[in-house]
Design a binder for this molecule. Structure first.
Ligand SMILES: [Zn+2]
Length: 206
């Protein structure tokens, strides 16, 4: 189970400062009254940024592991939220996803690159829709795009800021922003028709 580690570092600084050593979880989330053998359970490594580790705890009675994910890291996705944000922001502003893909991701074929970008755009826009639904009025007039949220919140890193703003609802928000487990009939991916944020730019059928 993932929990938020409130941390104002970039991914690079998180690694340099080994900030996972500062993560703390004083009580077992399953047994806040105590009585279980909840304890620190080492760390696990993430591939990117290189050298990243995430602190975790374990409750033997609850058979559950808890990891403290810092605000800079994407949930259930490699890398940082800033990296995801850069891709999705660029996609919002690009004339087409194809043009964007031709500029980046040269190591994979175009259809794969399109899926790679589109998945991130859908995940992020789906989270922004959800935040508008949950938080209501403050975001009522804000388009569910990173560009619009950045203007409204007056921040450069929208996704990192939203980890704090929507901290109480992270369990209900989709990855890579939130920690919601995938729960759908058949166990498949999110149904496309419900979560597509809007029409694709022209020339982006994959
Ligand atoms: Zn426990």
């Amino acid at each position: 189970m993932q929990l938020r580690f409130e941390c104002h570092l970039t991914g690079a600084d998180y690694v340099i400062q080994q900030a996972w050593l500062d993560a703390s979880l004083p009580r077992c989330p399953l047994h806040p009254q105590g009585g279980c053998h909840f304890a620190r359970h080492g760390t696990y490594a993430r591939v990117s940024p290189p050298g990243t580790r995430v602190a975790r705890w374990y409750c033997p009675e609850g058979h559950r592991t808890f990891s403290l994910l810092p605000d800079c890291l994407a949930a259930r996705l490699s890398g940082t939220l800033a990296e995801v944000e850069a891709v999705v922001s660029a996609a919002e502003q690009a004339p087409s996803l194809e043009a964007l893909c031709k500029q980046h991701r040269l190591d994979i074929e175009l259809p794969g690159a399109l899926r790679w970008v589109r998945r991130r755009v859908q995940d992020v826009h789906s989270a922004l829709h959800r935040i508008k639904g949950i938080l209501g009025e403050p975001f009522a007039l804000v388009e569910p795009t990173l560009t619009a949220f950045a203007d409204h919140l007056e921040v450069e890193q929208v996704l990192v800021a939203l980890r704090g703003i929507a901290a109480a609802w992270l369990d209900a928000l989709p990855k890579p922003l939130g920690f919601a487990p995938r729960r759908h009939p058949g166990g498949g991916a999110l149904p496309r028709v419900q979560h597509r944020a809007g029409p694709d730019p022209p020339g982006c059928q994959a």
